[in-house]
Design a protein around this ligand. Sequence first.
Ligand SMILES: [Zn+2]
Ligand SMILES: [Zn+2]
Length: 452
Amino acid sequence: MATAMLEPSQRLRDLFSKGSQVDINHNVPIRRYYRSCQELMRMASVYLEEKDLENSYILYAKYIVLSVEKLKTHPDFNNVPAAEKAANRKALKLAFEKAEKLKPLLKNKYEEAYKKYIQQQERATELARLEKEKRRQEEENIKAEIENQKRQLEKEQMDAFLNERRRKELEMERLEIEAKYSDQAAKDTKQPLLPIDFALPPIFCNSSSSTENTSAIATAGVAVQIPPKAATTKPAINRSLKPTLITDNSTVSNVHNVDQLSTSFTASLTISKNKYGLRTIVSPSELSSKFMKCAEANTCKNIETCGVLFGKLANEEFVITHILIPHQIGAPDSCDTTREEDMWDFQDQYNGICLGWIHSHPSQTAFLSSVDLHTHYPYQCLMPESVAIVCSGKFNEVGYFMLTPDHGMNVIGNCRKIGFHPHPSNPALFEACDHVKVSSSQKVEIVDWRKK
Ligand SMILES: [Zn+2]
Ligand SMILES: [Zn+2]
C-alpha cells in the first residue's frame, strides 16, 4: 500500500525508471544482449496476457532503454549485422506502441488506488475526530454527573433540615392540642367522641331475609345461617323495608330505573342545602354502571359486592371521586369487609373524605335491609351527608338512601340486634336522599383492593 500514496503520474515515471536501470557489461558479447532483448519482448507479452501490466511495462521499458541507449555503448555495436539491427528496430516500434497502450491503463489503476488511499485517509481522519468527540462527550457526562450528585446532596441536606423543622412544629402543635383536649376531657368524661358501637362494617351475618327467624335468634346475640329455602317460604317480609312500599313520596321518587337517572336526578336534586341543611353530594352518573361492572362476577354468582365512597369538598359541595372496593366476603344478601385497615390506608394515600358506601343487590330491588341500616348508621353518624347507594342487578335500578336524621338515626342507634331483624317501619327509618345530585360532568375512579 506504500506506493498507493504516490501521485499516479509519479508512479508511472518511477515504473519506467525501474525498467531503465540496466547496464551494459562490455565483457558480455553484444549478440547476447540482442537475444536478451528478444526474451524481454516475449516475457513482456506474457505478462500482458496475464494482465500483469506493471511487469509488462517494466520489461517494455527495459527493451526500449536497451535498444535506444545502451546497446550503442557496447564496443561491438558496429559489428552487429544489419539484419539484426533492423529486427531490433522493428521490435522497438512494437515495444513503444505496447508501452504507450499500457500507460493509460496503469495510470487508471494508480488513480483508482490513489483515490482509495485518499478515502481511507479521510475515513481515518473522521474516525479519529469521532473518537476524540466521544472522549470529550464522556468527559463532559462525567463532569455533569458529578455536578448532579453534588446538587442532589445539597437538596437532600436542605430537605432533611426542612423536614426536621416541620416535625418540630407539628410536635409543638400536637402537644398544644393534647393539652387542650385533656382539659376538655376532664370536664366531660362521660361523652365519648364516637358512638361505642361504631365499627366499619357491622358484624357479618350470612342469613336470609327471613326477619322472623333471624330476629328470634339474633336477639340472643348469635349470628345465624338460614338455608335459602327458608327465605323463599317467606319472601314478602323484608319487602316491608323496600322504599317502594313506603308511602313517603321522596323515597319512592328517588329509586329510579338507571335509564331514567340522568334526567330525573339532575332535575330534582340541584338544591345546594336540603331540608335538613345537608350539603349537596355530587355523584358522577357513571358511578353505578362502573361499580356494577366491577361487581359483575359476583352478581353472576348472586353474591353482593360493597365499596366505600370517597370524595372531596369544593364550594360547599361534596363530589364523589373514588370508590374503594376493600377486601370483603359477600353473600346473596350481605357483604362484609374483612380488612378495616384498607379504609385507613386508602385515606392516607388519597386524602379523601368518606361520603358513604355502595353495595349491590344481585337479585333484590334497591332498598336498605335491616343489616344495611345498621351498616349505614356509623357513616351517617360521622358525616350527616353520607349516602348509601344500592344498585340492583336484577331490576336495573339505583337507590340513594339515608336514615331519617331524627327517627331512623335514633332507632338504629339504639338497636343492639345483629343479623336480619325487624324494625318498626312506621314512620320510615330511611328515605331517599334529596341532597344527592347526579352529574355527568364528573368522573369516578374505582380502586379495587380485593386482590391487593
Ligand atoms: Zn343491601
Ligand atoms: Zn336493628
